[in-house]
Design a protein. Sequence first.
Length: 214
Amino acid sequence: MRPAVRRVLLLRHGQTSWNAQDRFQGQTDVDLNDVGRRQASRAARLLAGLRPHALVSSDLRRARDTAAALAALTGLEVVPDKRLRETYAGSWQGMTAAEIDATHPEQREAWRSGRDVRPGGDGELRWEVGDRVATAVREHAGVLQPGQLLVAVSHGGAVSSGLQTLLGVPREAWPVVSGLNNCHWSLLREHGERWVLEEHNAGSLPQEVVGDEA
């Protein structure tokens, strides 16, 4: 039987109308749509069963409202933290993927390939996002006791960058990790001084890994 350890669940917010339109949101404060609200409700019912001890969220409405659905079932207070916001993307914010491809093809291709490019000309680099998200997660997880779970509600790009920073993935290898669907999550557990990834882009409750070396 494994000893009790702290765990962190990084949850992406529910769908918005801009997600459905493939429109780059960045830090624009867009509300959940009807689909997103249903997704948040479903995720909350599942995750409440994990008995989280603490709940933090990006202060943007789509993340905050996703967190509120879980708070309503668990009685936890949602602690807002702007360090969990999505990547700031400059002039790309509000543009569809097709519009960005047409107007900034070289920059867009560099961004897709994972190179250090500032989206929209003055946006955040992925490693900058990763540093702020990972710092916030470590801070909030640091007050947990062994066996307790932190749920952190954030955004697709922010979770991806924060996750890989927490895991110590070399920056040149970041493109090999996929993003998250709306209201899906990544689950990490502490392993000594490191974090270990237990689940990624999950939408069902985790199960104990048995016989992983057999």
